[in-house]
Design a protein around this ligand. Structure first.
Ligand SMILES: Nc1ncnc2c1ncn2[C@@H]1O[C@H](COP(=O)(O)OP(=O)(O)OP(=O)(O)O)[C@@H](O)[C@H]1O
Ligand SMILES: [Mg+2]
Length: 362
């Protein structure tokens, strides 16, 4: 994906410029060179570059100034600084000013190309996540705007329903309008909560209730609706200090993921277990799906890692799960083998002090 990226090489030494143009060009990149910072900025303004590799010591404008100006002109450009007089101090300053990394001359060209690949990958990820944030903000804005008309619709339907002399049919129809309106309100508030970026609000919650809510939501997913779910019997209250909406989101993603992994399995069974160990609560989601290869296991929690076709999955689910569970002081782990199903374990801290506290049931 990155092989056709455009790279700007800035160095006052012709030998270095030629070397990089040739080596990176051979690796499929489109390389343009500049002999100083001024020229680099002019060329950057004309062409669309994804990355720049710049020398630190140059006449006129040094590498750090060039970095700053390049970033001002295009905040998405990744910059790798190169120097023959590498000092820790210069490296730290460069990183603070937004450089992706710092390399010492003479270059190890393999190492540099790897760095280039990684920098380009980061750029893609950042752009992608900004787009997602923008979508989230639009969704939140629309949800917010919908609140007022919805309140109006429901209020008026209730008002009409109270009119004397209405036929039973009209009464039923108006009640249906109110019921559907309530459903829309719930969807709108879920959307607003989902778009919320603030840290979770921890309160005493019932984990079983959060699991119930996730299972209810999961029914809207075609695959999940076909799965047999075995869930823990709600015995004693399963209270922890947590964020109910956040945990619902974690459970929902694990359930939907498992369902998708079982789409072509002969047995589609998801077993959810709740184990209370000392001051920890473990929730296990064990499926009979296709399992995960050793190679994919390493990348599972990386944002945007997905094996689903484009448009089916963003690959954000598990990284969001890890963030939410981490915010609870917990951990999420996975065990899997191709062909033998997968088990995700969510481990959450639970303190004795809240065992008797009243809890909020959603
Ligand atoms: N239970 C599972 N069994 C097999 N593979 C799984 C399971 N859960 C996750 N995976 C793999 O991990 C990948 C990443 O999961 P993640 O939830 O982060 O993203 P996604 O499901 O692909 O997309 P999104 O959740 O953003 O819609 C999935 O594409 C899938 O390959
Ligand atoms: Mg997912």
């Amino acid at each position: 994906m990155n092989s056709r990226a455009r790279i700007l090489v800035v160095d006052d030494e012709r030998g270095i410029r030629d070397l990089l143009c040739c080596e990176l060009g051979d690796r499929g990149f489109e390389v343009v060179s500049a002999e100083d910072g001024e020229q680099a900025l002019r060329k950057a303004a004309e062409g669309n570059f994804q990355l720049a590799i710049s020398d630190v010591r140059m006449p006129k404008r040094d590498g750090l100034e060039t970095l700053k100006a390049l970033k001002e002109a295009d905040p998405h450009i990744e910059v790798i600084l190169a120097t023959g007089h590498g000092t820790m101090e210069a490296a730290i300053t460069a990183m603070r000013k937004g450089a992706y990394d710092f390399v010492l001359k003479p270059f190890d060209i393999e190492e540099l190309s790897l760095l280039v690949e990684k920098a380009l990958e980061r750029r893609e990820l950042l752009i992608h996540s900004e787009r997602l944030n923008a979508v989230g903000m639009i969704a939140a804005g629309v949800a917010h705007e919908l609140n007022n008309p919805l309140t109006g619709i429901m209020g008026l339907a209730q008002f009409l329903g109270a009119e004397p002399g209405l036929s039973p049919q009209s009464k039923d129809d108006l009640a249906a309008i109110v019921e559907q309106g309530k459903r829309c309100t719930r969807i709108v508030s879920d959307l607003l909560l989902f778009a919320r970026r603030s840290p979770p609000k921890l309160e005493v919650i019932d984990v079983d209730a959060a699991l119930d809510a996730a299972l209810r939501f999961a029914r809207y997913d075609g695959e999940a609706a076909r799965v047999t779910v075995v869930r823990p019997a709600s015995k004693a209250a399963s209270r922890i200090l947590g964020d109910a909406v956040g945990l619902q989101q974690v459970f929902l993603n694990l359930i939907v993921n498992a369902a998708h992994a079982m789409a072509s399995s002969p047995v589609r069974r998801l077993e959810i277990e709740r184990i209370e160990a000392e001051r920890r609560m473990l929730l296990r989601f064990k499926d009979t799906g296709e399992g995960i290869s050793e190679e994919n296991l390493q990348r599972l929690f990386t944002p945007f890692f997905t094996t689903k076709p484009s448009g089916k999955g963003t690959g954000l689910g598990l990284s969001i799960c890890r963030r939410i569970v981490g915010q609870h002081g917990g951990e999420i782990r996975v065990e899997s083998r191709p062909g033998s199903g997968t088990t995700f374990t969510v481990e959450l801290p639970c303190t004795d002090t809240i065992a008797e506290a009243p809890c909020r049931l959603q």
